[in-house]
Design a binder for this molecule. Structure first.
Ligand code: HEC
Length: 108
């Protein structure tokens, strides 16, 4: 019984931890201006971040994503955006924070 309680509380605290991390990342996205055009699960101007994660699932997309957020660009989501480009974010957002945001998005 004791073991079970321990296991349950461990799972619960891991859940809380990852939610806190997501909240931090969302706050960073908000502060960086991303949420003007993106939401987790619906298209605003840019594609839903969940759709981005789904498209690149199982691929090694991180480096390309970082480049796209740094330099901006278009052409990957034309059918969703009708050709609106993603603006460049470097150096407005630090490399470290861009990597954090990309890790967060790709893990959705
Ligand atoms: C002015 C609106 C706008 C803002 C602000 C914006 N984006 Fe985007 N984003 C877009 C558009 C439009 C696309 C689709 C580009 C394309 O078709 O390749 C996009 C695409 C993306 C993609 C997918 C790229 C790909 O190649 O599949 C990621 C990841 C992304 N944005 C992250 C971010 C992050 C992180 C921020 C904040 C630092 C941000 N965006 C801010 C409009 C925006």
């Amino acid at each position: 019984m004791r073991k079970l309680i321990l296991a349950v509380s461990l799972v619960a605290s891991v859940g809380v931890l990852s939610n806190t991390a997501a909240a931090d990342e969302l706050a960073l996205a908000k502060k960086s201006g991303c949420l003007a055009c993106h939401a987790i699960d619906k298209k605003i101007v840019g594609p839903a971040w969940k759709d981005v994660a789904n498209r690149y699932k199982g691929q090694d997309a991180k480096a390309d994503m970082i480049k796209k957020v740094k330099m901006g660009g278009k052409g990957s989501w034309t059918e969703v955006t009708r050709g609106v480009p993603m603006p460049p974010y470097s150096p407005r957002v630090t490399d470290e924070n861009i990597e954090k945001l990309v890790d967060f998005i790709l893990a959705l």
